[in-house]
Design a protein around this ligand. Sequence first.
Ligand SMILES: Cc1cc2nc3c(=O)[nH]c(=O)nc-3n(C[C@H](O)[C@H](O)[C@H](O)COP(=O)(O)OP(=O)(O)OC[C@H]3O[C@@H](n4cnc5c(N)ncnc54)[C@H](O)[C@@H]3O)c2cc1C
Length: 364
Amino acid sequence: MPDIVLIGGGVIGLSIAFELATRGASVRVLDQGPLGQESSWAGAGMITPGDPAGAKSPDTRLRAESFVLWPDWAARLREESGIDTGFARCGGIEFSPDRSASEIAAVAAKFQSEGVRAELIGARELRELEPNLNPELGDAVHLPDYCQVRNPRLLKALLAACTARGAELSPGSPVIGFERSGSRVTSIRTPAETISAGQFVVCSGAWSQSVLAQVGCTIPVVPVRGQIVLLEALPLPTRRILEVGSRYIVPRADGRLLIGSTEEHVGFEKRNTAEAVAELIHFGSELVPSLKAARFERCWSGLRPGSPNGRPYLGRVPNTDNLFVAAGHFRAGLMLSPITAVLLRQMLLRETPSLVLDELLQPR
Ligand SMILES: Cc1cc2nc3c(=O)[nH]c(=O)nc-3n(C[C@H](O)[C@H](O)[C@H](O)COP(=O)(O)OP(=O)(O)OC[C@H]3O[C@@H](n4cnc5c(N)ncnc54)[C@H](O)[C@@H]3O)c2cc1C
């Protein structure tokens, strides 16, 4: 019998499993489909910089704590799996959606007040940093510490590292029921078996609400579809992540560029639409005109686990002793995966928490 069963094998479940397995816990990860192929695969892998000493709100604190864990997390995964996650400090440039100078100055000031290196730049500095961008983009914020990870590689590294550490991985195992004795969950059911364990974690991404409903817990996590377009342009016209509101371009070192992403409330319907693909390509080539000639490689979509304020639910499920949740990471689950793994490890192994969470992060 495993000590801990994780329900969901996306970046959140696999990161928690890896963290627990390195501490000697016996863990099993169940996924209804293949492991690591949902939102965590579909994402863009942007990791926004943060500074724990300067963070002012629970979500910037969480982001900052995760940001400082990333270099060591990526190094540990490379060591344990032999796979390079592509974690890199590529830098980023943020623009105001309406090209408003005051708005972008406020963005720079906010980052600076949180201890993040952020420089307000004009057209001349922008041209020096990134000569291939549209010259009419207006002022921008240069964020030299912006990082990225190649999330499909991150997932491969997590799967290999979990296996090397003895975690049991079970794809094709949907959890369809819980058995309880008072406030304890004793086992969970899949169509093929009943699995007992000491503790359980619901980390089922956009599906977490329906999984938790089986034990009478309500968390308002809903699927929010995001579409992405992948282009190839060699040589790369930009080396930095470019962000304009909720749209962005993420250049990969091998000459590919991701253009994302939409936010659509369409239930569990995972597909691309002609309108969104056209809009994303238009957005990309407005920002970097030479992308009009780039090679279209493919497009895809993923279902983010959306929560009302974009913050994840991390904690014990009310009225249970041994059922936990780590879900609702919305647009930041890749970025927040190391800190989520550390916090869940501390909860599950009853260690002193390194971060006291705001009550907003708790499930109701
Ligand atoms: C287009 C797009 C761009 C993004 N860009 C970024 C970014 O740049 N940076 C960032 O930090 N984040 C980004 N995200 C968000 C990030 O991908 C998510 O927050 C993160 O992947 C959530 O991880 P997860 O493990 O909770 O969910 P998922 O990866 O969806 O994994 C949940 C797993 O649970 C399984 N499951 C569901 N129900 C059951 C069940 N009953 N039994 C067993 N298994 C079950 C599913 O099959 C799935 O594999 C992006 C997302 C999208 C879609």
